[in-house]
Design a protein around this ligand. Structure first.
Ligand SMILES: Cc1ncc(COP(=O)(O)O)c(C=O)c1O
Length: 285
């Protein structure tokens, strides 16, 4: 795998970060992930806007978006990938030094893909997502220790992932995904007030839902909402929409909305990617 680190194109084995990088020592940094599908990135400009917003909050320098777009395109050509997950990480770098910029493109792991297709078993974590006044909803930072602790709660149990609630007990999101649930033709998803990220996939589902026959509400709801949900699903860039098969041990019989929206979602991704104006290989990196 060829990666981009601080202006250099390197084999991943040769891409080294100093031991005093503050991203390593303190989790001081931000990141973004975007999906490469059929050779193009889905809504990369939106991901880069979000990265810029995160960088602004941590007062980290944001590289030029045109440069990052060219790096992303070149990662695809250099690694000969049509499908993959792009990750851009910016850390504060060494004390007194310059920020670290790392961009990688990895194939979607087969096991991750398989589990997404099968649907997830998730449980609600005891660890909660800190209030947005402590950690802003729009800040995609490294060092999200509450997510690490939440995942550790279930590590021995053969669970696919955990659902986080807010400190007030409201449904929030997963460590790396947004959540929706359905009763009848009504879909609900937590608003940013709960601390949930304004995910790119979530936004696409909000756009697609009405034409697929669903109304959508965003708001703040307690965990008990999920007790009579007919269906629950997760959304994230890497694999799109993932049906939840069981939540806290309760089997969810339906995945109808998830499957319908999944089909519409991948059509949308394919259509936008085919229409994009920056052909892969546009080489300004
Ligand atoms: C906390 C959190 N929520 C939601 C998401 C999903 O966002 P997107 O659909 O933009 O990948 C992510 C993605 O990494 C995330 O880290």
């Amino acid at each position: 795998v060829i990666v981009y680190l601080n202006g250099e194109w390197l084999d991943e084995a040769d891409a080294l970060i100093p031991i005093d990088d503050l991203g390593f020592l303190q989790g001081d940094g931000v990141f973004e992930t975007a999906r490469l599908h059929r050779g193009g990135y889905f809504r990369l400009p939106r991901h880069l806007e979000r990265l810029a917003e995160s960088a602004r909050m941590l007062r980290l320098p944001m590289p030029d978006a045109g440069h990052l777009g060219a790096v992303a395109a070149r990662l695809a050509t250099r690694n000969a990938l049509d499908e993959g997950s792009l990750r851009i990480t910016i850390t504060r770098g060494r004390p007194g030094g310059e920020a670290t910029l790392l961009a990688t493109l990895q194939p979607i792991a087969a096991e991750w893909q398989r589990r997404a297709e099968r649907g997830w078993r998730i449980v609600t974590a005891r660890t909660t997502r800190p209030a947005p006044r402590s950690i802003p909803a729009a800040l995609k930072s490294l060092g999200r220790v509450y997510s690490i602790l939440a995942r550790l709660e279930v590590r021995p149990h053969g669970t696919d992932d955990v659902l986080l609630l807010s400190e007030a007990g409201q449904i929030c999101e997963g460590p790396s995904w947004n959540v929706f649930w359905r009763r009848g033709s009504l879909l609900r998803t937590p608003s940013a007030h709960t601390g949930a990220l304004d995910g790119v996939t979530r936004a696409a589902v909000l756009e697609l839902a009405p034409a697929a026959g669903f109304s959508v509400e965003q708001g703040e709801w307690p965990r008990a909402q999920l007790d009579d949900a007919e269906e629950v699903f997760a959304t994230m860039s890497s694999v799109g929409i993932v049906p939840v098969r069981s939540l806290d041990g309760r089997n969810l019989a339906s995945d109808a909305a998830a499957r319908l929206l999944q089909a519409r979602y991948w059509e949308l991704v394919a259509r936008e990617v085919a229409a994009r104006t920056d052909p892969p290989g546009t080489d300004r990196a």
